[in-house]
Write a protein that binds this ligand. Sequence first.
Ligand SMILES: Nc1ncnc2c1ncn2[C@@H]1O[C@H](COP(=O)(O)OP(=O)(O)OP(=O)(O)O)[C@@H](O)[C@H]1O
Length: 345
Amino acid sequence: MTTVMAIHDFLHFYRRDGPGRLEGMDTSLGTTNQQAASSPPASAAALRLQGVHKSFHTNQGPFEAVAGIDLEVGTGEIIAFLGPNGAGKTTTIDMMLGLTAPTSGTITVFGKSPRAAVEAGEVSAVLQTGGLLRDLTVRETVMAIAALHGARDRVDTVMERTDITSLAKRKVSKCSGGEQQRLKFALALLPNPRLLILDEPTAGMDVAARHAFWETMRQDALEGRTVLFATHYLEEAQDFAERTVLIGRGQVLADGPTSRLRAMTGGRVVSATLPTDKPTAAALTALESLDEVSSVRLKGHRVSVTGPASDDAARLLLGELAATDLEITAPSLDAAFMELTGEKP
Ligand SMILES: Nc1ncnc2c1ncn2[C@@H]1O[C@H](COP(=O)(O)OP(=O)(O)OP(=O)(O)O)[C@@H](O)[C@H]1O
């Protein structure tokens, strides 16, 4: 492909009224409409899915990738779409963006069809791979897409917001995977969308790059933008999302505050050190007899009690059992994830 053709395709690709995403490519969807993320919505949910199914034809016959999803996302919410490989996250996101149509069911974005919402500049996306021109510099890339959206005045703002100002003169081909994702994030912010959808935005990044990416996201979320992100990383849901929707086999397996999902794994873990001058057997029996305790483990004189009754366990340990160094921790989402999806994270 010649450079001229590549640039033509690149710009066409990012046009809001362009042909949409080619299978497997990345885009940021936007508009010339300078709709402020912080301006209040006229009405309704940011996103609503009702009875959404999606089947694909395969050599083995029809395959249902999305098997009946109902979901409502309120304006200003930050939601993690958490699920293992093949759960149906990307297929659902593609439908939210109007890139593919549901086999049955309906999706509305700010009360409109996904395609209309994209064309109205209300939703933008950072998708998984591709979609950047390697020979342009970072600033040239942002300028090109800004010109397309009539958003030249936002170039400096989005570059600062996504922490790519210091990379302005670097060729895209020389940027790391994490830097390229931040650049795509900047492109997605150019139209100042009310809803931002990110499909595994940190896939392939190391821990430091992931941390940097989420730090920029966190700053941006303070603006009141609605954010939905798909992730495999349980800690990303835990650290960033107030609400987590757990997806498995094309269905919603759990939906609620991320903290509640964690509690579904059996509550908290209370650990403490038992006195060394007393036998531990009686203490263990007392702890095991508490209501709703799912396990009591002993290592040396350090005892760990798991279950929803963390307050009762703490009271007993510090009072009657004269234990010291008490700690209460919430289990990670890993346990919930494995329990509910029946798969490894
Ligand atoms: N065009 C297609 N034709 C046939 N099957 C498809 C097609 N697109 C997706 N699938 C299948 O649908 C299922 C869901 O895929 P999807 O990409 O939505 O999952 P995902 O949760 O995003 O997974 P990952 O985390 O690996 O990206 C998978 O089994 C996938 O192989």
